[in-house]
Unconditional design. Sequence first.
Length: 193
Amino acid sequence: MENTIVKHGGKFKGHFLMEVFDSRDPLTGKRFRDAGGRFMPRQLISKAECDNIITDQGLNHFLNAVLHGETQISPWYCLLFEDDYTPDGGETYAVPEFTESTAYAEATRPEYVEANSTAKSTTNSANKAVFTANASKTWYGAALVGGGTDASTKGDAAGGGKLLCAGKFGTAQPVISGNVVNLTYTVTSADAG
């Protein structure tokens, strides 16, 4: 009798999309106007995307929250990082191995407001995380954090939270003060068989 190998399991895949908008002329600093003198809406000036790695800490949270009775985390928060670093999965909330950027006008990390999963996927595409740059920076990647005592606090690493995932964009994104960044995160699950 021939041995048959049956594959069972599941896999998660996450994807970040960053869109950079500007409503001002980079040379004059004045807002763009149409031919009638009306202010124009923000203009998309660049975008970047990447698949991410779900960290060991994130995978353990999935298993513990679903199967072991660990408290589910809600809400999650989005962050951007400003160094040229490729996440490897071993980083944690307390030791992220990248430098989180706090150079944006919002008082806290933007909340990840996801839709209900109906097709093994969830996303915040209807409620994108918004970052308004307040300095010239280069943003290399994004991550999702939550839990603990200070997950909404920009730059926090001591609040006991969890780093769910992180990814480095295919192209680093320079921003200047006044640029508005929309960040979308979509995570899908599938049977690995």
